[in-house]
Ligand binder design. Structure first.
Ligand SMILES: C[S@@+](CC[C@H](N)C(=O)[O-])C[C@H]1O[C@@H](n2cnc3c(N)ncnc32)[C@H](O)[C@@H]1O
Length: 232
């Protein structure tokens, strides 16, 4: 897995174009996936929520708009956080959403501080996935939940073949062209294709201390929403 410092520098480099590219390259479907994740948290009545790898704070802002009263977002890339902070302020959400620099593998919070922890498109970047998931479990209260949204690869013909073609060839070209950083958009398919998905990722969640792990494949398997509970 990539080193944290390389990942930090890469996201700092693409921060200014991140939001545009994110919605463009996913044709906006990521918004629907994010709404679904927030609904899961609301079903558990989560009020104090941590957004790990918050980036430019899209998920944290959505959670705030949907009525979750306290959200803390952490990320290693300060340029991503700076853009997120401006968005939070522009939308008048500064009393609800707090952003701070921190690594998933070393969260600066005491045990059991949050009702829920969420991550969107972040876990595959962790240098140490097991440690990041353990830390997320540590700061969750017993009975609280984790929700992880991550890209995955469709299983069946012809979506799988079309997706791989798009992901391996068009996306690095298009992303590189718009962001001016081809490496960053080559990194995306490389990490997605190498990342544990489905049942393998569920085993990682169990290994980190969660139970009641579930997965829901979205949009034909382009992304997967994983949820789990901290035993309590
Ligand atoms: C693809 S972006 C996702 C951002 C945001 N969650 C979203 O949904 O748009 C991945 C983010 O993970 C952050 N990141 C990578 N490794 C991290 C780590 N170990 N701890 C915290 N954040 C990390 C990067 O800086 C980047 O902002």
């Amino acid at each position: 897995m990539a080193r944290t410092e390389d990942v930090r520098q890469m996201f700092n480099r693409i921060a200014a174009r991140y939001d545009l590219l994110n919605h463009l390259l996913s044709a906006g479907i990521d918004r629907r996936w994010r709404r679904l994740l927030i609904r899961k948290l609301q079903q558990q009545d989560a009020r104090q929520v941590l957004d790990v790898a918050t980036g430019t704070a899209d998920l944290a802002i959505l959670a705030a708009k949907r009525g979750i009263p306290h959200i803390v977002g952490v990320d290693i890339a300060e340029e991503m956080l700076a853009i997120g902070q401006r968005k939070v302020e522009r939308q008048g959400l500064a009393s609800v959403v707090t952003l701070k620099p921190a690594r998933a593998e070393k969260l600066p919070f005491s045990d059991r501080s949050f009702d829920a922890v969420m991550v969107a498109f972040g876990v595959r970047n962790f240098e140490d996935l097991a440690l990041g998931l353990q830390e997320m479990c540590r700061v969750t209260r017993p009975g609280g939940m984790v929700a992880v949204l991550e890209f995955s690869t469709p299983k069946y013909f012809p979506l799988r073949q079309l997706y791989l073609l798009y992901f391996r060839h068009f996306l690095p070209l298009l992303g590189g062209w718009i962001s001016g950083d081809r490496g960053a958009y080559q990194y995306l398919p490389d990490t997605v294709l190498a990342f544990p998905q489905g049942q393998t990722f569920i085993h990682r969640l169990e290994g980190a201390g969660y139970d009641q792990c579930r997965q829901r494949r979205l949009s034909g398997g382009i992304a997967t929403l994983y949820t789990a509970r901290k035993p309590g």
